[in-house]
Design a protein around this ligand. Sequence first.
Ligand code: ADP
Ligand code: MG
Length: 140
Amino acid sequence: MAIENTLSIIKPDATRRNLTGAINSYFEKQGLQIVAQKRLQLTKAMAERFYEVHKARPFYNDLVNFMISAPVVVQVLRGENAVLKNREIMGATNPADAAAGTIRKDFAESVEANSVHGSDSADNAAKEIAFFFAEIELTL
Ligand code: ADP
Ligand code: MG
């Protein structure tokens, strides 16, 4: 198994409820290191570009508006198999389907306001990390 980086976003429903630290403890307790992190307010243009792959989906406009409704925390998580491991820590997209002990089971409000984003492949992780972070921000 290789050490990987993956992009995580703590979404507006979670920052609004002051859950950044509570969510970060799920990553750290399960062996992922937070190697870069910043809180920012997405613009509409940034949110549209980040979720461009979902442009044709019926929930796209609502999703973009949700993602700009409060600040987000973007972060790079690192560890063994980090992409897949983070998807396991997050749980299923719909919290109704998420396993016990996952972030989405414990915190998500709905299928849209589901507290976290995580890259779904190593290729997408590289693209998503480059979207938010400069090389110099990625600590060893
Ligand atoms: P994931 O975040 O688990 O990778 P997707 O990439 O399929 O899920 O969807 C991106 C985001 O779009 C989800 O995390 C969620 O916020 C939102 N979303 C997905 N499906 C729906 C839906 N059926 N209704 C409303 N929002 C949705
Ligand atoms: Mg996805």
